[in-house]
Design a protein around this ligand. Structure first.
Ligand code: GCU
Length: 615
């Protein structure tokens, strides 16, 4: 523990982002938790007065480490109260989880720092460890407990986890302060330009996980690669007694119970025969109760087992060729504006996808809430998960690459036990170039090293020639398992919807073809003919002709049209048709289904009839 204490001291004063002392806790919500969701006080701080003194020196790097808003300083009730120019307890309140843009009209477009503060009571139990866990904070977060810096984190869509075992107050009265800054920067991930709203703040659940001194920090329990008869995985312990420990893996319904022994690093890997498993699929999303016990704790999870692989231009799920009836989804609730807040919002989005006839969703363009992956497991939806390596990333910047790799590693760590996840996508529409290819091929190699049981993909670039041929020969395709690309025939190029069937596709790779985006905008309720841009009829005609055009592609094995629901986007400024929304949704931001929804729904009904014969 002394070492951990020393390390934590180092992280307070180092100018490097302090990484959590341990790997991300797998299935963190399953640990006994104290939720910190609810009302947090907040202070808007565009000049970062709560972080820097007037000479722009960071308070938390000064000798005392004091002076910032994170002190949560109060007058000492003397006759001459100190000059304190902030007061959390008399400041406004925001509901967490929840972005700030949709909770305070002053913050709709705000980019900068907002401070948050939450009091909580927690008396630590001897022998237990405590971890402060944020599902996501967009984008850069500095986190303090009881006035002391715990660390900082970059990345707006992956968990933030910090051990607080030795930092809880003996009295049980604690307060946590977060400095959240959603300012965009060219060298960050995502970069300065995106087509989604830059929702800032603490956008996912916050809680404290309690664990024994030596606990099950991580595990993977899945089928071995392409082998439905064997489980393969590992259990990782963290703590002073992690070596030589006995861990029991139990999947009672499968008649499987195995005692494992951890090595000197606290890790036990396994490969077990498991012939009686009912495999997971969208048609039969079977989940097993899996328990892991190390004596000190028992971790429960619900896990599905399936294999996914490609064979030529086929995608095989449990050895059977499938067609991916997909739709793209942003992490945003249209009906209660803002980032999706929790299970209710997420279940609504996936229920719409099921109604559309989907067996697959593209969770664009960044890691979604861990709950979304568990719902996809439960509801029988395959998932394309993605990191926000989007458009013009700073390809030559080593820190940018490390950031992208860390976000990919956290995404894979969070989703590795989810049967629904079939694709790790390393990016979207990144422009051709040597530096980009070096960056992206390295990321693809890293993804495969982290998890070789899933497909690695990205939205590739395409180009057209005057003979109406769409060419997909992006060199990045060599490193990927799918020939997946975004094409906007009928909207961004190719003329009117009725004209796009003139296009044919020349795809360099003998790999399954998955159209990762297609579509066009329509303002719900605006009607015209099939040539009236922005009308529902135009979007309807576009989908009809897209389906005709794409059906000529021999290796077509799926599509995720853009997008399920209209979403906020600052690029979309037309005051009549857009008004700050990207209108490519098949459903409007008031929940109204557009005509094109039914075109795709009928196509998927036909595809299901063709492919979904039996389990
Ligand atoms: C791009 C991009 C999306 C964007 C869409 C659009 O392909 O991947 O993020 O929203 O096109 O232009 O609507």
């Amino acid at each position: 523990m002394l070492l951990a204490a020393l390390l934590s001291c180092f992280s307070i004063f180092s100018n490097q982002p302090a990484q959590a002392q341990t790997s991300l806790i797998q299935n963190a919500p399953a640990r006994r938790v104290l939720s910190l969701n609810g009302s947090w006080n907040y202070i808007i701080d565009p000049y970062e007065n709560g972080f820097y003194d007037y000479r722009r020196e960071a308070f938390d790097k000064s000798a005392s480490g004091k002076g910032g808003y994170y002190d949560n300083q109060k007058p000492s009730n003397s006759q001459e109260p100190e000059l304190i120019e902030y007061d959390f307890d008399h400041s406004a309140v925001m509901q967490i989880p929840g972005d700030w843009n949709s909770q305070d009209a002053k913050l709709l477009y705000y980019e900068g720092t907002v401070w948050f503060k939450k009091d909580f009571k927690l008396k630590p139990t001897a022998g237990k460890r405590y971890f402060l866990y944020f599902g996501a904070i967009n984008y850069e977060a500095h986190i303090y407990l009881n006035g002391k810096k715990l660390g900082m984190h970059k990345g707006g869509f992956t968990p933030v986890q910090l051990e607080i075992t030795d930092k809880l107050s003996a009295s049980g009265d604690n307060f946590v302060v977060v400095k959240a800054d959603n300012t965009r920067h060219a060298e960050e991930v995502p970069t300065i330009n995106t087509d989604w709203w830059n929702y800032g703040g603490i956008t996912r659940d916050v809680y404290i996980a309690e664990t024994p001194a030596t606990f099950i920090v991580d595990y993977k329990v899945q089928l071995a690669k392409n082998d439905p008869a064997n489980l393969a995985g590992y259990v990782q312990l963290d703590g002073a007694e992690k070596a030589g420990q006995t861990v029991t893996l139990n999947i009672a319904e499968a008649g499987l119970k195995q005692t494992l022994k951890t090595d000197a690093d606290g890790r036990a890997t396994f490969r077990l025969r498991a012939k009686k498993l009912k495999l997971w699929s969208p048609l039969s999303p079977k989940l097993y109760a899996v328990t892991l016990t190390n004596g000190a704790e028992t971790v429960q999870d619900k896990i599905g087992f399936r294999t996914i692989q490609t064979q030529g231009q086929d995608i095989l799920l449990n050895g059977k060729s499938i067609f991916l009836r997909g739709i793209s989804i942003h992490d945003e609730n249209p009906l209660i504006p803002g980032r999706a807040r929790g299970e209710g919002d997420l279940r609504m989005l996936l229920t719409w996808a099921k109604e559309l006839g989907c067996n697959y969703v593209r969770l664009a363009h960044y890691p979604h809430n861990e709950i979304m992956l568990k719902l996809a497991d439960e509801m029988g939806l395959l998932v394309w998960a993605e990191v926000p390596v989007y458009w013009t990333i700073a390809w030559e910047n080593p820190t940018t690459y490390q950031n992208a790799e860390q976000q990919l590693s956290d995404l894979i760590s969070m989703g590795k036990n989810r049967a629904s996840v079939m694709v790790w996508s390393i990016g979207n529409e990144t422009p051709l170039g040597d530096a980009r290819l070096k960056f992206m091929s390295r990321l693809a190699t890293k993804a495969r090293a982290l998890d070789d049981t899933r497909l690695i993909a990205a939205a590739l670039e395409l180009h057209r020639t005057p003979d109406n041929v769409v060419h997909v020969d992006d060199p990045l395709g060599e490193y990927l398992d799918l020939a997946s690309f975004n094409e906007y025939a009928g909207w961004y190029w190719g003329g009117k919807p009725s004209e796009i069937t003139k296009y044919t596709f020349d795809i360099k790779y003998n790999k399954p073809v998955v159209i990762s985006e297609l579509g066009g905008s329509a303002l719900a309720g605006y009607h015209g003919d099939a040539e009236t841009r922005w009308s529902e009829e135009y979007q309807e005609a576009l989908y009809i002709n897209q389906i005709k055009m794409l059906s000529t592609i021999k290796g077509l094995r799926g599509l995720t049209p853009w997008i399920l629901v209209d979403f906020r986007a600052t690029r979309r400024q037309h005051p009549v048709y857009q008004n700050g929304f990207n209108r490519k949704g098949l459903i409007s931001n008031t929940g109204q289904k557009k005509k094109a929804f039914y075109v795709l729904q009928e196509y998927y009904r036909q595809q299901a009839a063709k492919y979904d014969t039996g389990k």
